[in-house]
Design a protein around this ligand. Structure first.
Ligand SMILES: [Zn+2]
Ligand SMILES: [Zn+2]
Length: 95
């Protein structure tokens, strides 16, 4: 693991926030914090990352993933675990 170490999680307005929960914005929407940089340190943003979803039994739900358009590095929330069964996906993030 470690892909999420050192990642700063931010809301759309730039506020640093705990990725473990949803945050209500001033507009009343619920928002999941997003990483502000990929594992290689490239800044991520609306046009700099592909946001995806990965259904996963190991976490009992869905991973959100942010894939850097610059290098293909992926940050996931919740972080992938060893019990995760989406190896093709993990392979992309591995070095
Ligand atoms: Zn990158
Ligand atoms: Zn998983």
């Amino acid at each position: 693991m470690g892909a999420t170490d050192g990642v700063r999680w931010v809301l759309a307005d730039g506020t640093v926030a705990d990725p473990g929960k949803l945050w209500q914005t001033s507009g009343g929407r619920w928002e999941q914090p997003a990483p502000d940089a990929c594992p290689a340190g490239h800044p991520l943003g609306p046009k700099k990352a592909i946001v995806g979803q990965q259904a996963c039994l190991a976490v009992g739900g869905t991973h959100l993933s942010w894939t850097c358009l610059e290098c293909g590095g992926t940050v996931m929330w919740p972080p992938a675990t060893r019990r995760c069964d989406h190896t093709a996906f993990d392979g992309r993030a591995a070095r």
